[in-house]
Structure formats: structure tokens, C-alpha cells
Design a protein around this ligand. Structure first.
Ligand code: E4P
Length: 305
């Protein structure tokens, strides 16, 4: 699995690339805003054009950089995508344009603008990263429209499910969806025990049973990781060339579970990548090996270096 860094902060991109484990960069308007704010706090004004140019240059040819459009109509999105691509792709030939899967809102309607834009850009040879994907169905449509990448938002899917369940959580908390499923299975079992005389069809239509089956998931999706797993399965089954970027990642354990799904890429903030490295026993071991090396006189061997 490739690892992309999910940030627009140049210092983070440079640092993570220096570790030798970064295969690409993803940004979005909120991440650009965070980068601008951080520079302002340091008393510096960002010239966004040269800042983005520097991101592309730092990433270099082998690492794709996702830059997002801002409009909601297909024609505008295509114009913005071409603008981004023509302006920044010549720097290192690595620009991918992020298009939302749908720009539908209750006020505006129009579900399909994202799909039209993806399709037009595909025909023009501009690579796309389809963003804000929350279901396998959306991923399927994005792939059919010709997306180069799809980005299911694992963390935001978990947030949605947890919020619906009334679970309090901090942004980076691991979501134990298996525990939730287990709780619902137990409660369903209790209900079934109390209704053994009823016929199957009565049980099937019983709203309490429906509630217990349906709660803890969103249209059959029980977590962000589960959503990614289903997309991986679907794309494999139909040999779809669209690559999957698991996005909106909140903690190291989630990265591991995403890697186990077989997705192509995981994009994570630098804090999560750091968290992947740490373990108290590793820290303890480093200290112990060093002090034992000194005690054994082994450290003397390296003195001349
Ligand atoms: C990356 O492509 C996404 O824009 C990003 O992962 C969203 O993450 P968030 O849900 O933490 O904002």
C-alpha cells in the first residue's frame, strides 16, 4: 500500500518525504486554509501560486499531488481543473485534480455535476481524484465516469455512524465498529428469544427488529474501513482500473485495518504517520540497548566515528 501525506503544509511534506516513506500528497481547501493560517502565525504571507508550485516541486515527478476545485457546476469544475492542471502540472508533471463525487445540496439539487466533470476530464487526459466518497455506490459511479482515483472518507464515515448512535468521541479516537455490531447482535438475540412464537414474516417486518439490524450502520456500511473493503472487492471483481485512496484517516490502527483491505493508497496526516511508529516498549528497548552498550564497553567501538 502506498502512503500519501494529507496536508498542504510544505514543512510537513518536506519532513515526511525525508523519511523515505511518502508516495504522494493530498490537499483540500481546508488543508490549504490551515497552511495559510500557520504561515500567518509565523508572520509570513503566503503567495499561494508559488507555495503550490513549491509543493509540486518538493513532491517531484514520482509523487502525485492532489489539488481540489471549488465550484459546484460541471463546466466551472472543468474550467478550474484545467486551470490547476495547466498552471501547476508543468512544474513536476504530478498534478491530479480533486472533484467531489456530487455537489448535490437540498437547495441546489443537481446530483450529477461531479460525474459530468470527471467524465470530461478523463476524455481530456486530466487525472482526477474523486473526493467526498462515503459509500461503495458512489465509488462505483466515480469509477464508471472515468476517475483515476477515488477517495473514500473513512474517518468521516465513522463520525457519521457514531453520531447517529449518540456515541461521544474525540476526532482521533479509534472506532470499534465490531463491538457495536456485537452489541446489536446480542440485543437482537434477546428480542428474538422473546418472540419465538411469531412467524418469520412477522419478525421480518417488526420495526424493533429492523431497528436493531439497521442501527450501527449507514445503508449497510458499518465503518469507514468496511466501506473501503467493499470498494476494493467491487473494483477487483470487475477489473476496474480506478485506484483507491483511503482518506480522512484518524489513527494508526485505522491505517493498519485499511492496509488489510488491500486498498492501493492511504493518505494520512503527519501526526498519524508519526503515531504508526511509536510503541512504549520500543522506546524502552532503545534506552536499554544504549545503556547496555555503554556498560559493556561496546559503545567504545564507535568512538572514532
Ligand atoms: C483527503 O483527500 C481528504 O481531503 C482528507 O483526508 C479529509 O480528511 P478529514 O476528514 O480529516 O478532514
Amino acid at each position: 500500500m502506498k502512503i500519501f501525506i494529507d496536508t498542504a503544509k510544505l514543512c510537513e511534506i518536506k519532513e515526511a518525504i525525508s523519511w523515505g516513506i511518502i508516495d504522494g500528497v493530498t490537499t483540500n481547501p481546508s488543508l490549504i486554509w490551515e497552511a495559510v493560517e500557520e504561515e500567518k502565525e509565523k508572520g509570513r504571507d503566503i503567495d499561494l501560486t508559488s507555495y503550490i508550485e513549491e509543493i509540486c516541486r518538493t513532491a517531484g515527478e514520482e509523487r502525485p499531488v492532489s489539488l481540489e476545485v471549488i465550484s459546484q457546476e460541471a463546466d466551472r469544475m472543468v474550467k478550474e481543473a484545467k486551470f490547476l492542471y495547466q498552471k501547476f502540472n508543468p512544474i513536476a508533471n504530478n498534478v491530479v485534480v480533486k472533484i467531489p463525487i456530487t455537489t448535490y445540496t437540498e437547495e441546489k439539487g443537481a446530483d450529477y455535476e461531479g460525474l459530468i466533470a470527471i467524465n470530461k476530464l478523463e476524455k481530456e487526459g486530466i487525472p482526477t481524484n474523486v473526493t467526498l466518497v462515503m459509500t461503495p455506490e458512489q465509488a462505483l459511479l466515480a469509477a464508471k465516469a472515468g476517475a483515476t482515483y477515488v477517495s473514500p472518507f473513512a474517518g468521516r464515515i465513522d463520525d457519521h455512524i457514531r453520531k447517529n448512535l449518540g456515541i461521544k468521541f474525540n476526532k482521533n479516537d479509534y472506532f470499534d465498529s465490531e463491538l457495536i455490531q456485537e452489541i446489536f447482535r446480542c440485543r437482537l438475540g434477546e428480542q428474538l428469544k422473546m418472540t419465538t412464537e411469531e412467524k418469520i414474516s412477522d419478525l421480518y417486518h417488526d420495526s424493533r427488529i429492523k431497528h436493531l439490524r439497521g442501527n450501527g450502520n449507514d445503508h449497510g456500511i458499518t465503518s469507514g474501513v468496511e466501506c473501503v473493503r467493499k470498494i476494493v472487492h467491487m473494483f477487483k471483481k470487475y477489473n476496474m482500473p480506478t485506484k483507491i485512496i483511503a482518506a480522512s484517516v484518524r489513527n494508526a490502527r485505522q491505517v493498519r485495518e485499511l492496509a488489510e483491505t488491500g486498498c492501493d493508497i492511504c493518505t494520512a496526516p503527519i501526526s498519524v504517520i508519526r503515531e504508526m511508529l511509536r510503541h512504549p516498549k520500543t522506546e524502552e528497548g532503545v534506552k536499554r540497548f544504549y545503556s547496555d552498550a555503554v556498560n559493556a564497553g561496546y559503545a567504545e567501538l564507535f568512538k572514532s566515528l
